[in-house]
Design a protein around this ligand. Structure first.
Ligand SMILES: C[S@@+](CC[C@H](N)C(=O)[O-])C[C@H]1O[C@@H](n2cnc3c(N)ncnc32)[C@H](O)[C@@H]1O
Length: 235
């Protein structure tokens, strides 16, 4: 994931779950312009906004504290300078206003939206990167092959030329566990023709991605918990 993030400018995360923390990290570490998190579950979106507000408040308080400390430090320096050189009044402006106008607020960068990505109307923007981690199984079981093809096609259209689609598909073996969630998932599970092993062919030959890289091959040797294959498809 990190290898991809270094080129992020504007990205969408479909199926955020606890995405707030990742978004905050990515926004700061990679200096992203804009990050949109989408999830079908409105409770998750509300929770993400709650964390965002809390985080922004904390940051604001921290900045205020730092600024106050800076002002105090500058005042101390000025006072001592004035003691030694009473004719000089330089250095009274601490420059903190410049710093705060340059730094963008996290809530200007990170946003969230409740959306069923399969059924929603087309977005009017284009993005550099789209993440879809552990979501395809749910789209597949709830909306079948047609839903998945719709989602892949939509992702392709949302990416700017050269953009990257980061995909972590769940393996077919894991579908079995969740197929009984509803009557729909049960029936879709029976009818699925395009299993995860076929996604690569579908994305390259039918949807139109130019090439694919296995991102996680460079992460071998990392600690457990991240041994699922992640692919980067380039438009
Ligand atoms: C297993 S979680 C994965 C979350 C996160 N991407 C991760 O890797 O930890 C799947 C997420 O996809 C969301 N989801 C499922 N179908 C969706 C759809 N059609 N549109 C948007 N989000 C969806 C679920 O609500 C859930 O938050």
């Amino acid at each position: 994931m990190m290898l991809i993030c270094s080129s992020l400018v504007v990205f969408v995360n479909i199926g955020i779950f606890m995405g707030f923390f990742f978004h905050t990290y990515a926004a700061k570490k990679y200096n992203c312009k804009s990050i949109l998190g989408l999830d079908i579950d409105s409770a998750l979106i509300e929770e993400a906004f709650w964390y965002l507000r809390k985080f922004v408040k904390m940051e604001f308080a921290e900045k205020k504290n730092t600024n106050n400390t800076n002002v105090k430090a500058v005042q101390d320096v000025n006072e001592s300078e004035q003691c030694t050189n009473k004719s000089s009044n330089e250095g009274a402006d601490n420059g903190s206003s410049h710093q705060s106008s340059c730094e963008r607020n996290l809530s200007d960068i990170v946003s969230f939206r409740q959306e069923n990505f399969v059924r929603s109307r087309p977005h009017d923007k284009q993005y550099d990167t789209i993440l879809c981690l552990s979501v395809t199984k749910w789209i597949h079981l709830n909306w079948g092959d047609d839903g998945l093809i719709t989602a892949f096609g939509k992702i392709w259209r949302l990416l700017r030329p050269g953009g990257v689609f980061v995909l972590e598909p769940q393996p077919w073996s894991s579908y079995e566990r969740n197929r009984r969630v509803s009557e729909t998932t049960r029936s879709n599970y029976r009818d699925i023709k395009y299993r995860p092993d076929f996604f690569r062919e579908m994305l390259l030959d039918k949807i139109g991605f130019r090439r694919v890289e296995v991102v996680t091959s460079d992460l071998s040797g990392t600690r457990t918990g991240f041994n699922r294959p992640i692919f980067a498809y380039y438009k």
